[in-house]
Design a protein around this ligand. Structure first.
Ligand code: LFR
Length: 479
């Protein structure tokens, strides 16, 4: 007997948010957009914020539109980027507007906290890569503020929105794993770490797992279901892999590059390579590294003003290959600001000619990103011992044919591109499974996507390896 359910997936990205409606049955998933809206940083005096109340209003508007069109809507799940949070006081009121992870308040904080706790101990406890914006470091930066003193609870962005919709507070575990406050083995808060970091343990509430019920949207009677509320966790659910031997690149503002494992990798080599063991759906480990991603292009385009991305990429495809290369993972590229200027400075510092046009800059960015994909895929495989015979690119980057082909060439592996809306699909499938419409593990959910989602296939160009090897040696001469 085929059952069907209609669910809503709220997916908030750093540049835009959307409310998607998914019709799910054992035969597949059909996705439609109910509402899309812009998102982005708002600078208030010296601090970069998210506009949390606007996000809430847009999500609500999207859900109203979805319910109006689909009165049978059975559930909603919410995911967003990781690490950022709101603080609530004892009455549940928001204490200050959430701060954007690209804000400079954490400058220097990571080094101080790591020096105090010890890099080895921190990795053994949390399994997390060191990124300056991990919640641990954001909270350490804010530790002496009146907001933290008054706070009773910290809620990550999807949990904050869920709380505002339902009045029920909870913390979903895949996103909690990105805070660097969770114990990588038990998947519970690490009381010892919280104490040693000098943070108030009261901020960290009860954890939820994907699939758990998470309240009901007030006035709408719409149940909320916890999903992989870290967008990357939901995206990895929707990687349409056929076997276990795959690497994924969840490719959008960031490229999250890695493999899926049953157990964390906590070796010294893994720590030194700054690989992370984030919590995936169904107890899996997302063993990956953050590569700076299409952010470098997006932020360059912001500096150039209105340019058509398709034309820019077509121009880039005509530029010479592997001409100018930069290390996209240089922390200098993390904050917002003049990106072409920073790329030009990196070219000058490494004795390369500065690109002369937006198309030439774009080629430099896409080549450099493909090279970083190569490095991360190879390291993920070597450090985990997982053989990889295909690379799946999911998310918006799956639309970028130049990047997909260059990633195939750089990795020397076939690339399967799609689905573009992996995050919303992973979000919807976890809800549908909780509703009993689809069954099984991640392999079953992935098989269902393979039946219905449009995928594109890129073969690595024969004989390309020597050129990419030489390119790697140029960007990382010592490795
Ligand atoms: C991707 C993502 C990454 C996380 C970064 C910052 O959208 O969630 O996984 O490292 O945003 O939160």
């Amino acid at each position: 007997m085929t059952r069907r359910a209609t669910v809503a997936a709220v997916d908030l990205g750093a540049a835009s948010g959307r409310v998607m409606v998914a019709g799910v049955s054992p035969d597949g998933v059909a996705l439609a957009e109910a509402h899309r809206f812009g998102n982005g940083p708002v600078r208030l005096l010296d601090t970069l914020h998210w506009d949390a109340l606007r996000l809430y209003a847009e999500v609500l508007a999207g859900l109203r539109a979805a319910v109006a069109e689909h009165p049978d809507l059975a559930s909603v799940g919410i995911d967003s980027w990781a690490v950022d949070y709101g603080l609530l006081d004892r009455d549940g009121a928001l204490l200050g507007n959430p701060v954007h992870y690209r804000d400079g308040r954490t400058d220097g904080v990571m080094d101080a906290v790591v020096a105090k706790l010890g890099a080895e101990w921190l990795y053994a406890t949390t399994g997390l890569q060191l990124l300056p914006f991990n919640t641990l470091f954001q909270l350490a930066a804010a530790a002496d503020t009146p907001a933290v003193a008054a706070a009773e609870r910290m809620l990550l962005i999807p949990d904050l929105l869920s709380y505002w919709l339902t009045g029920v507070a909870g913390t979903e575990v895949t996103n909690a794993s990105t805070t660097q406050l969770l114990d990588v083995r038990t998947r519970e808060w690490s009381a010892e770490l919280v104490a040693r970091a000098g943070l108030p343990a009261r901020l960290l509430g009860e954890l939820r797992r994907p699939g758990d019920p998470a309240g009901v949207v007030r006035d709408m009677g719409l149940p909320v279901t916890a999903v992989g509320s870290h967008d990357t966790a939901s995206a990895v659910v929707a990687v349409p892999a056929e076997s276990e031997r795959f690497a994924y690149i969840s490719c959008g503002t960031w490229s999250l590059v890695g493999v899926e494992l049953p157990e964390p990798v906590l070796s010294a080599a893994s720590r030194e390579a700054n690989f992370t063991n984030e919590a995936g759906v169904d107890g899996t480990v997302r063993y990956l590294r953050n590569v700076m991603g299409l952010w470098v292009l997006q932020e360059s385009m912001r500096a150039w003003g209105a340019l058509d991305v398709a034309k820019l990429l077509a121009g880039a495809a005509r530029e010479p290959a592997l001409g100018t290369l930069v290390d996209v993972d240089d922390p200098a590229f993390l904050p917002p600001g003049d990106m072409p200027g920073r790329i030009a400075a990196a070219c000058v510092a490494s004795g390369q000619p500065v690109p002369v046009s937006p198309a030439a800059f774009t080629r430099c960015i896409v080549d450099s990103l493909a090279l970083a994909h190569r490095r991360a895929v190879r390291q993920a495989s070597a450090l985990s011992g997982r053989d990889v015979d295909a690379v799946h690119i999911v998310g918006g980057g799956a639309r970028n044919a130049l990047l997909c082909q260059l990633t195939a060439d750089a990795c020397g592996l076939p690339v399967v591109a799609g689905p573009v809306e992996a995050t919303a699909l992973g979000n919807a499938l976890v809800q549908a499974r909780a509703l009993g419409v689809v069954h099984g593990g991640l392999a079953d959910l992935r098989a269902l996507l393979r039946r219905t989602q449009e995928l594109r296939f890129y073969k690595p160009e024969a004989g390309a390896e020597a050129a990419w090897q030489a390119a790697e040696a140029r960007v990382h001469p010592s490795r």
